[in-house]
Design a protein around this ligand. Structure first.
Ligand code: ADP
Length: 171
């Protein structure tokens, strides 16, 4: 049985991530989507919120499981018996960073291979940062995030504004 891991910040999950999840879930028997807890970027959504949003958008996909983790990605891969790491590539700008990470992982964990899925062209421009930037200025994000979580993401940004925290500053 091939188990894959798809790690990331997912702050929040976008239609681009979901597209990668759907495609990867057809390549492996079981896909573990792993939400990184301690990130150098300080996330806008808590770990539990990011896990919850991912669970909502993947609830129809039977072989997908959402987890969170701290520390090395290869360690969480091993914990779940994953031998394949999935990453998405949008543009050349992703490539250098992704290649470096994949090569490092290959050195520290030669038993795990990274597979890159090229973005669906519809979502080539899309990132969690774009969602947050548009949303913090109250722009329409319905084309960026799955419908099931649209209201939740908008609510979170409204809550930030009500607390007097400028979500746009926090980005
Ligand atoms: P990270 O902070 O580790 O980059 P992200 O949650 O932003 O985590 O992304 C996780 C993975 O998903 C990365 O490999 C990223 O390149 C990929 N990804 C993000 N957005 C898209 C998209 N629109 N299309 C394809 N892959 C994407």
């Amino acid at each position: 049985m091939a188990i894959g891991i798809y790690p990331g910040s997912f702050d929040p999950v976008t239609k681009g991530h979901l597209d990668v999840i759907k495609r990867a879930s057809k390549i492996v028997d079981r896909l573990v989507v792993a939400v990184l807890v301690n990130n150098s970027k300080s996330p806008l959504f808590t770990t539990q919120e990011r896990v919850d949003l991912l669970q909502r958008v993947t609830k129809e996909i039977e072989n997908v499981e959402i987890v969170s983790y701290q520390g090395l990605t290869v360690e969480i891969a091993r914990k779940y018996g994953a031998t394949v790491m999935i990453r998405g590539l949008r543009a050349v700008t992703d490539f250098e960073y992704e290649l470096q990470i994949a090569q490092t992982n290959r050195i520290i964990a030669p038993d795990i291979d990274t597979i890159f899925l090229t973005t669906n062209l519809k979502y080539a421009y899309l990132s969690s940062s774009i969602v947050k930037e548009v949303s913090c200025f109250d722009g329409d994000i319905s084309r960026f995030v799955p419908e099931e979580i649209l209201e939740l993401v908008q609510q979170k940004m409204r809550a930030y504004r009500l607390q007097g925290i400028d979500a746009c500053d926090a980005l």
